[in-house]
Each structure stands twice: as C-alpha cells, then as structure tokens.
Design a protein. Structure first.
Ligand code: PLP
Length: 406
C-alpha cells in the first residue's frame, strides 16, 4: 500500500532544513548500480558512491534481499538483547581481520569516538591519569562530534564551539620525524587514516606507518587506524592496513560497511576490549539487526577475491584515462589513491577549482566528489561496470573540455 506524498522541491531545503549543507540543484530519486535518476528523469553516472558509502552501487540485489528479509523479521531490539545478524557479522569481521572483538555503532564519528575513548580508558586503567595524549595528523578527518573534530586536524571544523577536548597534538602527515618528536610516555594513542580521504586522498608512506607502529610499541601507546573511508574493500584489500602489513590496535570502519545503511564498527583485540566493560560505553542502535543484516550481505559480496581483484583492475582503468586527461588538458599534477578511492590533484593553473569541476561534471550528467578545493575525488561502487567507468570518464572529459573553453 502506498500513501500519496506531497511534492517537494530543492527550494524546500532552504525553508525546512538547517543550512549546514548546500546540496546540488537536483534531487536524486532512484538508483540502480552506478546510475542515478533525478526528479526530472535525468540519468546520471555515479562516481561519488554517496561519499565512499555505496560500496555495491544502488539497490544491489544482495543488499535489497537482505534488507527485505530482515525487514519482515526483526528490526530492532536494543542492546539489552543481542541478535543473530550482529553476531554473524562480528564473527565475519573477526575471521577476516586482526580484530578479536567488535563494537557496532552508527557512523564513522561514533566508531572513532569509541576508539578514542577506548584508547584513553586503556591508558587510564593501565598507566594512570597522566597518559591521555592523542597524537593525530594535520588535515585529517575523523567525524563531527566534539572529540572527533578535535582529533581531526582541521581547525575549520573544530573552532567556534567553545572549549575543545584537551590533550590532542597534531603533526604533519607522512612526517615520521615530527611524529617521533610528538610521541612520549604521555601518549595513549596515535590516530591515523592509512589513506587521508577528506584531506585530499593521500596514502600514507609505508615507512611512516611502520614508524608509527614502532613508536606506539616503544611508548605503550595504541595505534588507531581510521578506515572509515579507506576500508571495506575500497583500497582493493578488505582494509587498507593489509596493503601495508602494519596492524593497528584499534580500527574504525563505517561508510562502506553498511553499503548505504547507516552503520559502523570499532574493532580491537580481546585484551583491549576488556577495558570497555558492561556500562562503560554504548549506543541504542549499535548492532541493530536491520543494519547488521545489510552489513552481512556487504561483507559476503565484498570480501571475495573476485571483487577485491576487480577493484584493483578498475583502479587501473580510472588511472590510465585520468592521467591521459590530466596531461592532455593540463589539469592534474598527480593522480593518486588506492583501489576505488582516487584523487586527482589540480595543477597550479586549476588550483581551487575542484568545485567548478564538480559543477561542470554535473552538467554532463556525472556525479563526482571533491576532497578540498584542490583535489577531484572519485569513490564509485566497487562493482561498477567497466562500461559505466568508460561512459562516466567520457562525460568527465567533456566537462573538462567545456571548462577549458569557458
Ligand atoms: N573518518 C573518516 C576518515 C571519514 O572520511 C569520515 C567521513 O567522511 C568520518 C570519519 C566521519 O564519518 P561519519 O560522517 O559517518 O560520522
């Protein structure tokens, strides 16, 4: 039974929504695979993946199936009870990663909040109240709660909200000497994104992550990897830390883990998990059966050799063509990233124009992303058809041509 709904338009946004976003002029109403349709029936190619979320594109049959079956069975019970989908998904994550224990929550910020609280709790209980410093990277992004904006190294997100969480130090990313200078006996955690996402799609150097691991071991600090953006197959491995062979103590995952259903996880070892005993931390919806049913389906499809190998192959398709476009029109100085998290760094002549490129792409019926004003970002579905990659890149090239002629 469907209920007739009143028509709504983009203009309504400004009348009824808090103005913290500036959404595009069109409203998407339907998606299938890597195609999206707007209210007017216009078809767009989606290279944005809901900001690295729609890991299997739109309305993937495995996800729709899992959601529908679970939707007819049990939606929510709270954490007063456990549930089958949550236990199944936790087992899968434990089997596939370094982690031995999982805490489910609803967003990347919440997964990081749990990670940072755990790191502080462990230090407090094992070493006393003087060991609370968190060392994080400048230009990093960890979410929008007060703790996570403070750990994130971008003052534009953390200034202007009164006193910040204290005990956070920031150092330049990929600078091991700076990290060495910042870490001390007072450090409880070093927090890093293996690939800085919002900060410009910047992968960490191997020696940097190895050095961070060694420093943490030396100073009894925990290594926290924020894989909210880089995780769940996006890099071509299940998690980006697997490329590096550097294992964290705590890992946060969100975005792709739910394939579009809001969910997230904080993963850690048994020894550390003990410090979050009954009642120490929690969230009403975390590990909700509906979310975890979808999470199980995501994991079953993504964590297969075919899909992960496909991500690496599709990376090459993007890279080859983007490098060519970059050279031909003098627009990119570098194409970087891993798997299907790709950043194109704008040349000096194009600096600050990522938003213009975003708009020009939309005019060509293509959804892309930026990562700051100087980097164009692509985070499509991991199972995007090669034909859609080609068509989307054709549209992208047309957008660049239009801009060069403007
Ligand atoms: N951490 C990283 C690396 C992210 O890219 C993001 C979001 O972009 C977050 C955390 C925050 O996740 P959420 O918006 O789900 O809270």
């Amino acid at each position: 039974m469907s209920v007739e709904q009143a028509p709504v338009h983009r203009a309504d946004f400004d009348q009824v929504m808090v103005p913290n976003y500036a959404p595009a002029a069109f409203i998407p109403v339907r998606g299938l695979g890597s195609r999206v349709w707007d209210q007017a029936g216009r078809e767009l190619v989606d290279f944005s993946g809901g900001i690295a979320v729609n890991v299997l594109g739109h309305c993937h049959p495995a996800l729709v199936g899992a959601l529908t079956v679970q939707g007819n069975q049990l939606w929510h019970v709270s954490n007063v009870f456990t549930n089958e989908p949550a236990l199944r998904l936790a087992k899968k994550l434990v089997d596939a990663t370094f982690a031995e224990r999982v805490f489910f929550c609803n967003s990347g910020a919440e997964a990081n909040e749990a990670a940072f609280k755990l790191a502080r709790r462990v230090a407090f209980e094992l070493y006393g109240e003087e060991k609370y410093e968190i060392v994080a990277a400048l230009n990093s992004f960890h979410g929008r709660t007060l703790f996570t904006v403070t750990v994130g190294g971008q003052s534009k997100y953390s200034d202007g909200f009164g006193p910040k969480i204290t005990g956070i130090k920031h150092v330049p990313f990929n600078d091991l000497d700076a990290l060495k200078a910042a870490v001390s006996d007072k450090t409880c955690a070093v927090v890093l994104e293996p690939i800085q996402g919002e900060g410009g799609v910047l992968p960490a150097d191997l020696a940097y992550l190895q050095g961070a691991r060694a420093l943490c071991d030396q100073f009894n600090a925990l290594l926290v990897f924020d894989e909210v953006q880089s995780g769940m197959g996006r890099s071509g491995e299940l998690f980006a830390y697997m490329h590096y062979g550097v294992t964290p103590d705590i890992l946060s995952s969100a975005k792709s883990i739910g394939g579009g259903f809001p969910m997230a996880a904080m993963m850690t070892t048994e020894k550390l998990a003990k410090h979050l005993g009954v009642g120490v931390h929690g969230t009403t919806y975390g590990g909700n059966p509906l979310a975890c049913a979808v999470g199980n389906a995501v994991m079953d499809v993504v964590n297969t050799p075919e899909v992960l190998a496909g991500v690496k192959a599709k990376h090459q398709l993007f890279r080859t063509r983007l490098e060519k476009i970059g050279e031909q029109y003098g627009v990119f100085s570098e194409v970087r990233g891993m798997g299907l998290l790709i950043g194109c760094v704008l040349t000096d002549a194009w600096k600050g124009k990522a938003k213009d490129i975003f708009n020009a792409a939309e005019q060509q019926d293509l959804m892309i992303l930026q990562a700051g004003p100087d980097v164009v970002r692509f985070a499509p579905s991991l199972v995007i058809e090669n034909a859609d990659i080609e068509e989307g890149l054709n549209r992208f090239e047309r957008a660049i041509i239009k801009l060069t002629q403007a």
